[in-house]
Design a protein around this ligand. Structure first.
Ligand code: F6P
Length: 331
């Protein structure tokens, strides 16, 4: 674990990449823990782009009242291409130093941690990451902030779609987020009783899908739910998949629902609020103990510090036993 010799006196926090429910709760915890430890704290608006464009606001314990239950991030988020260039990172560094800020807490995904790691290696700024993304695709932590809330949003939506699928004997293809990870699709599919779950981690092919749905029909199922991760490999896109299924299964009327960004919003679940609070306090603890270039994760219910290299350089694997469970209970 990389250590910094410098005593931390002032910290800034930003949110970066795709937003997720729980980010506000994490900001709140960072600010409250900084205040508790007599550290000056600043919020930076719009992620690394705001760091470059000098969008800072000093925050105190009262600045973050009434936000633990709010989705999104009041500091706003962005994806910054400018931060990829050394000249702009130098501007970012000068903006921090002009306020005598020693440390940065970055709430975001592995892309955000990559930028943070490069920055921390170039300048004497301690950096701690908090995994904020609904995808749950960051290695080294069992859960990322927003994942639990997104799962509950998706399950509620699928339950509603199942009502109308049953009423009209239809086959629904429901696309869920996850960029290139199947965690949301797999867990929400099991929870919502989907007949089929398509994830990027395993491409079982069109023929197997058609055969399985055909068997369901013969077994008496008059409607079916197929949860499709957006990164799924079958076909070019979900509309083409639906057309192919209607061609191969003429007895089914296929409909498509793309849940989209509804999965990114909403009031964070209790689990995400508590996880955010634990991670925010954990980030300040790590800084005060001299750690840098680590992500605060949760493993077997314990808060852990994960080197950025572990979080960034290794792809998180999907739970293959859960895939087995899905296969068994959907039969
Ligand atoms: O990484 C989180 C995520 O929601 C992915 O699941 C999704 O593919 C992507 O962000 C969407 O990005 P944007 O909000 O920029 O369209």
């Amino acid at each position: 674990m990389k250590k910094t010799e410098k005593k931390i006196r002032s910290v800034a926090v930003l949110t970066s990449g795709g937003d997720s429910p729980g980010m506000n709760a994490a900001i709140r915890a960072v600010v409250r823990a900084a205040s508790y430890n007599y550290l000056k704290c600043y919020g930076i608006y719009r992620g690394f782009q705001g760091l470059i464009e000098n969008e800072f606001e000093e925050l105190g314990a009262r600045s973050v009242r009434n936000i633990i239950n709010r989705g999104g991030t009041f500091l706003k988020s962005a994806r910054s291409h400018d931060f990829r260039s050394p000249e702009f990172r130098k501007v970012a560094y000068n903006n921090l130093k002009s306020r005598r800020i020693d440390a940065l807490v970055v709430i975001g995904g592995d892309g955000s941690f990559t930028g943070a790691k490069i920055f921390s290696e170039e300048y004497d700024i301690a950096v701690i990451g908090i995994p904020g993304t609904i995808d749950n695709d960051i290695n080294g932590t069992d859960f990322t902030l927003g994942y639990d809330t997104a799962l509950n949003t998706v399950v509620d939506a699928i339950d509603k779609i199942r009502d109308t699928a049953n009423s009209h004997d239809r086959l629904f293809l429901i696309e869920v987020m996850g960029r290139d990870a199947g965690d949301i699709a797999l867990n929400s599919g099991i929870a919502a009783g989907a007949e089929e779950i398509l994830i990027p981690e395993e491409n079982l092919g069109m023929d197997r899908l058609v055969e399985s749905l055909h068997k369901s029909r013969i077994a008496g199922k008059t409607s079916s739910i197929v949860v499709v991760a957006e990164g799924d490999q079958i076909g070019k896109n979900i509309t083409e998949l639906a057309e192919n299924l209607e061609r191969d299964l003429p007895q089914y009327e296929c409909k498509v629902t793309v849940l989209g960004h509804i999965q990114r919003g909403g009031s964070p679940s209790c689990y995400d609020r508590v996880l955010a609070s634990r991670m925010g306090v954990g980030a300040i603890d790590a800084l005060l103990e001299g750690d840098t270039n680590v992500m605060i994760g949760v493993s077997h219910s314990k808060i852990v510090r994960v080197p950025f290299e572990t979080a960034i350089d290794f792809k998180k694997t999907i739970d293959t036993d859960l895939i087995r469970v899905a296969d068994i209970i959907s039969s």
